[in-house]
Write a protein that binds this ligand. Structure first.
Ligand code: IVH
Length: 697
């Protein structure tokens, strides 16, 4: 049975967010890159087919995760984006067609693409002011990265100064990596010295760059390759290839395999050439990146939330291996979700030793009929836990089919699966120790209360010792100062530092607060939507109370499913917040319907103050307004017009209503323009729209 698109999108949003958190924030990935990509792609496909179902917390709207503590933070002047992926020639062809459509290019209008290797390293942004390197930052969550300037000063490939003639301000971006030979030598030396070895060159590069002591970085053989830029007050050329040539002249290493291709076949031929040489290249690559060569076209194409429309990563197929499935363990997450993890006989796949793999959920295990003792085929494309593809048939007798537990392995409560859900969840709520710890971890996490020095380990320790059980308890830890100091591994300065970090969070922004509560489906984006809509916690709480007061009588003969759907739709109307659909509204109502959650929030509010939400708006003539485009647009596609409007902070609607502020009408505009005129709404032409866009720059 196939899932409903809305339910599948909800599941994907939750799954992808969890995997992204595991990968970026916790450095403990749970699935392979290929598998992660597959989830992201499925999400994108569904969104393309059902644009009306795109969720406020959709993974297509965010990149990476927040920076780690310990480093200073750098706000990127322009966001550091990620790349859309393709896995087949057909998908590359579709990319080119999409670009052409967006630009309204005829089939015979030339469109040059660059093609170059996609290096498997970590992205770095280098800001030069007056031709002097002033800041180096990692990508972080795309908006804020880690300040690694001191470490980068030790990388020989990176020029400290740019020659005369280079612009006064330019941010050069590229990849930090470790050559394969250097990685092997480093691991050999580490092993000989009894120190940790790295799983692969990318891990080694990341671990070497993100060192709090620059002397350690200096001793590691890090390399750099430039592939792009961020903000700049001038660029040395008007094509991608031209800028790369200038970067090379300034002393940056750039790829010697970069080619400009006039046709799709030529770009695909570069891909095959690079794929054939992959094993002989001095560093790991995981695909080929295509970019629209002309910079004026790149500017027109702009970006979707997470990646530029003018670039594409064409990935190489994943690597595979077979091994024995030793056991299936069940992990319990923050929302009580039971996740099966495969324990494997260690096996090397693409240079990495693999011992765990995800099995997703019970349907997946049943569909693949994977049993303990089976020989299984697995695949990985990065340094993360891989994916089990199938059980390999053999002669040996097999074990019993796997039976998914119906009680929580952490607390023994019933684990149930609701209609339409793939996940089985523990019903123990806060009495479940696994959920309690996960919720507290989430609560103190960087994107929630961000309490420095209170990591997962300490949360587990303090919970196990009964020092904390709820979020409010964290703010009462100060009453246990002496007991904390007496503990092994702690002393007065470290305890005082922790307590000071906790005190520093006694006031918190509304959006972070709502996110921190860990309400199902309320990710950062939804939390921000709610905060923006309600402004204060009291206003939000009032609406929750109104939602709670909603009568939920099932109609005579109505199925549970139908009643649930009807209730959710009614709740969404009570909330009336863009981005908060029925499922999210129901999750919020369910959360506050539980007495222990209400108590937990009330207790917490006794300890802290929630600040009202403040918005920073970038003013344009149409910020906050609702715009409708109608008729034929001549210089741009509808998509481009929509993207421009969104960049200026406007909302784009499909039809004219009393809520419309502005109509942009091209030739052939019919009833919409007439209706707008009748409603007294401003109607402007495409040239006037272009002027509004140009005014902001
Ligand atoms: S262009 C908007 N070119 O891949 C981002 N990226 O998966 C433009 N990467 O974050 C990036 N090699 O760090 C580009 N030749 C290359 C690359 C490359 C590796 C990394 C980059 C990016 C990531 C996206």
């Amino acid at each position: 049975m196939s899932e409903e698109p809305a339910a599948e999108l909800a599941r994907l949003a939750a799954e992808i967010a969890a995997h992204a958190r595991a990968y970026h924030t916790d450095d403990a990935p749970t699935i392979s890159d290929a598998e992660y990509d597959a989830l992201v792609r499925r999400n994108a496909e569904l969104e393309a087919a059902h644009p009306e179902l795109v969720r406020a917390d959709s993974p297509s709207r965010s990149v990476g995760a927040a920076p780690a503590a310990g480093f200073g933070k750098v706000l990127h002047a322009r966001p550091m984006l990620s790349l859309d992926n393709a896995f087949s020639d057909a998908e590359v062809a579709e990319f080119v067609a999409r670009v052409r459509r967006f630009l309204r290019f005829a089939d015979d209008t030339p469109l040059a693409l660059t093609a170059e290797p996609k290096i498997d390293g970590l992205s770095l942004s280098l800001t030069y002011r007056d031709r002097q390197l002033v800041t180096a930052a990692t990508r972080g969550d795309g908006t804020t990265g880690e300040d690694v300037t001191a470490n980068v000063a030790t990388i020989a490939d990176i020029p400290q100064r740019l020659p005369d003639g280079a612009p006064g301000l330019i941010e050069v971006r590229g990849e930090v990596y470790m050559a394969k030979a250097d990685f092997l030598a480093l691991n050999g030396a580490q092993a000989a010295a009894g120190q940790r070895t790295f799983a692969n060159p990318r891990n080694a590069a990341a671990g070497s760059l993100r060192q709090l002591d620059p002397a350690v970085t200096a001793a590691r053989p890090l390399r750099f390759l430039a592939h792009g830029w961020g903000e700049a007050d001038a660029l040395p050329a008007d094509t991608q290839a031209g800028v790369m040539a200038a970067f090379a002249a300034w002393g940056f290493p750039v790829s010697d395999r970069l080619r400009v291709c006039d046709r799709l076949d030529a770009a695909l031929a570069v891909y095959r050439g690079i794929e054939a040489d992959r094993a002989h290249l001095p560093f790991d690559i995981d695909g080929v990146v295509y970019k629209v060569d002309r910079l004026d076209l790149q500017a027109r194409l702009g970006q979707v939330a997470r990646s530029p429309r003018w670039a594409l990563a064409h990935k190489f197929p994943a690597e595979r291996a077979t091994t024995t499935l030793i056991a299936i363990d069940i992990q319990v997450g923050r929302t009580g979700q039971l996740t099966p993890v495969a324990r494997l006989e260690p096996v090397g796949v693409g240079g990495v030793i693999v011992t765990n793999a995800t099995l997703h959920n019970e349907d997946e295990i049943a569909r693949k009929d994977v049993r303990v003792g089976d020989t299984v085929e697995l695949q990985r494309a990065g340094d993360v836990i891989p994916q089990i593809l199938r059980a390999v048939p053999g002669d040996a007798p097999r074990g019993e089919p796997y039976e998914f537990p119906t009680v929580c392995p952490a607390c023994g409560s019933l684990a149930v699966r609701e209609a339409g859900e793939v996940a089985r969840r523990c019903t123990g709520g806060l009495i479940c120790p696994a959920q309690q710890v996960e919720r507290l971890r989430h609560f103190v996490g960087r994107r929630a209360f961000d309490i420095e020095g209170l990591g997962a380990e300490r949360i587990e320790l303090f919970t196990a010792e009964g020092l904390i059980a709820t979020p409010a308890d964290i703010f009462r830890l100060k009453d246990h100062r002496e007991a904390l100091i007496a503990r092994k591994g702690f002393d007065a300065p470290s305890v005082d530092k922790l307590l000071a970090a906790i005190e520093a969070r006694r006031t918190i922004a509304l959006d972070r607060f709502l996110f921190a509560l860990g309400i199902r489906h309320v990710g950062e984006v939804v939390a921000r939507d709610l905060a923006r809509a309600f402004g204060t916690y009291d206003a939000f709480a009032e609406r929750v109370a109104a939602a709670q007061a909603l009568p939920v009588e099932p109609a005579l003969g109505e199925s549970d499913d139908r009643a649930r759907t009807r209730r959710a739709a009614a709740l969404a109307q009570v909330f009336a917040v863009g981005g908060v659909g029925p499922e999210i509204a129901a999750a919020i109502a369910d959360f506050f319907a539980e007495a222990h959650n209400r108590d937990l929030v009330a207790d917490l509010l006794g300890e802290i103050a929630v600040e009202p939400f403040a918005v920073a708006t970038r003013a344009s003539a149409v910020t906050g307004k609702t715009v409708v485009f109608t008729g034929t647009l001549e210089s741009m596609s509808r998509d481009e017009a929509r993207a421009q409007a969104e960049r200026l902070g406007a909302r784009v609607a499909a039809s004219v209503s009393a809520k419309t502020d502005l109509v942009v009408a091209g030739p052939g505009a019919g009833s919409k323009a007439t209706k707008a005129a009748a409603l007294g709404i401003d109607v402007i032409d495409e040239a006037a729209w272009a002027a509004i866009v140009a005014a902001v720059g």
